[in-house]
Design a protein around this ligand. Structure first.
Ligand code: GAR
Length: 188
């Protein structure tokens, strides 16, 4: 199952990989904290269950989350552009079962405030010549769980946060399905 807050292009990359028979899996559902997330339309288009959890992080929302996850019984929980912190209650219930994709070479540019173009602007501000994306396990500490796999992207002299974000995002769309396949033990 997936968590997503935004456009859901990473979510879509995994849907496509499943529909192209590159990954053998079913997506039990999508949880979002944002009723306007583009990911919702993508889930609807592919008949995937959707649960919009408002006020994410409150006690009530945590109870809803625990109940939904126990109903869906996921083998793997994927954060694909999910911008809120997963409550500790959930990370404790699902150790080594939650993964997140992040648009930088962690441990660089991770943690609170580093999401979306904030990450890419920081990379440009520091003058890094290399960036990329990371998939890692999720634990109680924001963006600090064990790194599973990364892909690198050169930073070009004329890059803006947007142009760099687009190139990193293309690599994310390859990395996330690759890692899911690896975790589900479906690599050759
Ligand atoms: C992706 O770049 C993802 O790495 C990033 O949000 C974007 C979501 O795009 N995630 C974070 O910044 C998490 N801290 P998408 O909705 O099109 O998949």
């Amino acid at each position: 199952m997936f968590f997503a807050s935004g456009s859901g292009s990473n979510f879509q990359a995994v849907i496509d990989a499943i529909e192209n028979n590159e990954i053998d899996a079913d997506i039990s559902g999508l949880i979002t904290d944002n009723e306007n997330a583009g990911a919702i339309l993508r889930a609807k288009n592919h008949n995937i269950n959707i649960n919009v959890i408002r006020d994410f992080g409150t006690d009530l929302s945590i109870e809803q989350l625990v109940n939904q996850l126990s109903e869906w019984q996921p083998d793997l929980i994927v954060l694909a552009g999910f911008l809120k912190k997963i409550p500790d209650e959930i990370t404790r219930l699902y150790p080594n079962k939650i993964i997140n994709i992040h648009p930088s070479l962690l441990p660089k540019y991770g943690g609170k405030g580093f999401y979306g173009n904030h990450v890419h602007q920081a990379v440009l501000d520091y003058g890094d010549t290399l960036s990329g994306c990371t998939v890692h396990f999720v634990n109680e500490k924001y963006d600090e769980g064990k790194i599973i796999k990364q892909k690198t992207v050169d930073v070009l002299p004329n890059d803006t946060a947007e142009s760099l974000a687009n190139r990193v995002l293309s690599e994310e769309h390859k990395l996330l399905p690759e890692v899911i396949k690896q975790i589900l033990n479906q690599t050759n």
